[in-house]
Design a protein around this ligand. Structure first.
Ligand code: GA4
Length: 323
């Protein structure tokens, strides 16, 4: 991988080893709804098991991703430069405001048919295998994300139960998918090298699966950072900024980051379930019970556009909070 500059070492305080208290949700259990609501309120983050996504889809996509990231740089760059509204390959640079990380990645829309020309230009004949692996994986993970969102609506006792999930199911849904590769950096082991800097996800819900390499950390309400033990057979779910707004701050979008000082490669795949660009993002009246909205009204397009010009660590929702 080409680095723009020598990796900067960062000094973090209060990082525990692995944190045992991350909520674990068994999606096959009927009583999970209340646990889900509690996890979204307390952490904005949880791990799910018995998720119904075939392990074979996870393994196949991982193997296609490993093949992609093993290609010569010039081939990977055929995907074009990434932008938050589309497809592309990125190396070290994240977003448009100057953030960097020890990472290379592929950003994809969730409509693999419209991206097919780009796949074909990278993979030639192997393009269809890659596209199918992405497609199978996204379809299955999206279904699980919708199931979680419907259980959350039930847990919050609001109707209709597809009030959140319909936004992901909408044909115009602006969801994104990304494959992240954090190469090993043996000489950086002591330095807490930043793979992906701290941020919250702008969308409604994010579904992350990684290989068995550590690196993911989340920030607790008290500001302490904790490391999340990897688990290649489970998924980690993040509440995004949009869900925080729709619940008028009851659910918290979780601040997270990836440190990349592992002797092993970390590979993650993340589905970001977002609303249509024209959707108004505002607290649901059924959740307000007489309270005032904490946010000014905005569309997903306006939020996404403003996010592009800010640094990764910035509080993007700050611009839309009522004073
Ligand atoms: C974080 C979540 C997703 O990975 C992403 C990221 C996007 C990008 O990589 O282009 C952003 C980042 C993410 C938040 C703020 C902006 C946009 C980089 C950045 C500095 C694809 C997304 O939707 O928002």
């Amino acid at each position: 991988m080409m680095l723009l500059s020598k990796p900067a070492s960062q000094h973090f305080s209060n990082i525990s080893t692995f944190f045992p208290g991350v909520p674990l949700i068994d999606l096959s259990k009927p009583d999970s709804k209340s646990h889900l609501v509690k996890a979204c309120e307390e952490f904005g983050f949880f791990k799910v098991i018995n998720h119904g996504v075939p392990i074979q889809f996870m393994a196949e996509l991982e193997s296609e991703a490993v093949k992609f990231f093993s290609l010569p740089l010039s081939d990977k760059q055929k995907a074009g430069l990434p932008n938050p509204f589309g497809f592309g390959y990125g190396n070290n640079k994240i977003g448009c405001a100057g953030d960097v990380g020890w990472i290379e990645y592929l950003l994809l829309t969730t409509d693999t048919h419209s991206d097919y020309q780009k796949f074909a230009s990278i993979f030639g004949e192997a393009a269809e295998k890659f596209r199918c692996a992405v497609n199978d994986y996204i379809s299955s993970v999206k279904k699980m994300a919708c199931q979680i969102l419907e259980m959350l609506a039930d847990g919050l006792k609001i109707q209709p139960r597809n009030v959140f999930s319909k936004l992901l199911m909408d044909e115009q849904s602006d969801s994104v998918f990304r494959l992240n590769h954090y190469p090993p950096c043996p000489e950086c082991e002591e330095s807490n090298l930043i793979g992906f800097g701290e941020h919250t996800d702008p969308q409604i819900i994010s579904v992350l699966r990684s290989n068995n390499t550590s690196g993911l950390q989340i920030s607790l309400k008290d500001g302490n950072w904790i490391s999340i033990p990897p688990d290649e057979n489970s998924f980690f779910i993040n509440v995004g900024d949009s869900l925080q707004v729709m619940t008028n701050g009851r659910f918290k979008s979780v601040r997270h980051r990836v440190v990349a000082n592992s002797p092993k490669s970390r590979l993650s795949m993340i589905y970001f379930g977002g609303p249509p660009l024209s959707e108004k993002i505002a607290p649901l009246p059924s959740l307000m019970k007489g309270e005032d909205s904490l946010y000014k009204e905005f569309t997903w397009f306006e939020y996404k556009k403003s996010a592009c010009n800010l640094r990764l660590a910035d509080n993007r929702l700050g611009l839309f909070e009522k004073i």
